[in-house]
Design a protein around this ligand. Structure first.
Ligand code: F6R
Length: 259
């Protein structure tokens, strides 16, 4: 596991976007596994800029981790909406290549099985992850047991509260989500976990330095062969300095990424 600490979220997002850019340029049919949430915003901004600078998304397939149950693409709370506005409508990806679970599916089991087939056909070369305040990845919430493949989960109350914070005017925030499972996440060739801000410092330190446990799903990532963790100073605050590498922009630019 490589752990890089940046001066700002912007730089960490830029670094993740450079990793995605390299993946897109190196693979014939690149597949990006994507997350939503505040943490991913600098990454998407940098990725959109790469497209404006000439990066071609016409061969790219994306597979999102999760979607809230009961809301659709027109609802600003939905992850499809987030992705549409942050990325899909701003790059030249083909709409049929941008996969997000369907939160409005009547038959949830059938939708999970369908999404498993999507992942089987499009296993990510690079998987982007955020981390919940309780250590969740995707919406694999902490517990005694985690599920391998796509499933519907009842979100922990803290997760609902954290997510709903961005929508103060909206009541009835969805409490269930369709999420890929931990095996799905682990199938990615490379994983990038990002976390920013003081409120993530404790869970980042526990995920990286405490014993590996399903009660902190992100800690399982230490069992994957190729994980890069991108942090800002605040989220890295409680980690032992000896296990982190600092990365700085040179003349306002990041030119190289380590993969
Ligand atoms: C969202 C997802 C979640 C988020 C996590 C962090 O698609 O998979 O695991 O990455 O809840 O969310 P933020 O970035 O909003 O703190």
């Amino acid at each position: 596991m490589k752990i890089h600490v940046f001066d700002s979220q912007y730089e960490a997002g830029l670094y993740a976007a450079l990793m995605a850019k390299r993946t897109i340029m190196e693979r014939e049919k690149p597949v990006l596994g994507l997350a939503t949430g505040a943490t991913s915003i600098p990454f998407y901004s940098a990725l959109v800029q790469s497209c404006h600078d000439g990066l071609d998304f016409s061969r790219v397939t994306t597979v999102n981790l999760d979607e809230l149950v009961g809301i659709g693409a027109d609802d600003p709370r939905s992850y499809r909406y987030f992705m549409q506005h942050r990325l899909f409508s701003r790059v030249n990806i083909l709409p049929e290549n941008a996969h997000v679970p369907n939160g409005l599916a009547i038959d949830e089991a059938a939708e999970c099985a369908r999404y498993d087939r999507v992942i089987d056909a499009h296993t990510p070369d690079l998987q982007i992850l955020g981390i919940g305040g309780n250590g969740h990845i995707g919406f694999n919430e902490p517990g005694c047991a985690l599920l391998a493949r796509t499933h519907v989960i009842r979100l922990h109350r803290d997760t609902v509260t954290a997510n709903a914070r961005a929508f103060p005017m909206l009541d009835d925030y969805p409490s269930r989500a369709i999420t890929v499972g931990v095996t799905d996440i682990f199938r990615a060739a490379r994983i990038v976990l990002m976390a920013f801000g003081e409120k993530k410092a404790d869970i980042v330190a526990r995920a990286i330095e405490d014993p590996i446990t399903t009660h902190i799903p992100a800690s399982l990532l230490r069992l994957h062969a190729n994980v890069t963790v991108l942090l800002d100073r605040a989220s890295a605050d409680r980690l032992s300095p000896s296990i982190t590498t600092g990365i700085k922009l040179k003349e306002g630019r990041l030119t190289q990424v380590e993969m």
